[in-house]
Design a protein around this ligand. Structure first.
Ligand SMILES: [Fe+2]
Ligand SMILES: [Fe+2]
Length: 142
């Protein structure tokens, strides 16, 4: 049986991961090299506003539920190649979808239907990030 405190703690974990995603995409956009630099850089940069929007939703909702939003990001690994950057980003998106799926169940159990619906919208965004990354890696030759 989940309670509000548990939901807030979980959403704070999600918030730290969204800040981590912002720093990850911003850093990787700067680190990317080679002939596809411009394209991959634009792709990474295009993710940032989505992740920031997710962080804003989570921080606002944590406060509305009576909690305090975290201000620490999770750690961001520094890969050596473009391919590794895409792989790290893909894994982060997959993990995020898994966390939100659990969070949706917690919100539903508490009767927090608007939180549940918003989290479902986040899953739609993260799934599209995941699918883009998967498709980029699928045709990677090196
Ligand atoms: Fe996100
Ligand atoms: Fe994402």
């Amino acid at each position: 049986m989940s309670d509000v405190k548990e939901l807030i703690d979980g959403m704070n974990e999600d918030l730290a991961a969204e800040y981590q995603a912002v720093i990850m995409y911003r850093t990787y956009a700067s680190l990317v090299t080679g002939p596809y630099r411009r394209e991959i850089r634009s792709f990474f940069e295009s993710e940032i506003p989505d992740e920031l929007g997710h962080a804003a939703f989570l921080a606002d909702k944590i406060v509305a539920l009576g909690g305090t939003p975290v201000t620490q990001s999770g750690p961001v690994p520094i890969p050596r190649t473009n391919r590794e950057m895409l792989e790290v980003a893909l894994q982060a998106e997959v993990d995020t979808i898994e966390r939100y799926t659990k969070r949706i169940e917690q919100a539903e159990a508490l009767g927090e239907l608007s939180v549940k619906l918003q989290l479902e919208n986040l899953v739609v965004d993260e799934s599209s990030h995941r699918d883009d990354l998967r498709r980029m890696l699928m045709d990677w030759r090196e």
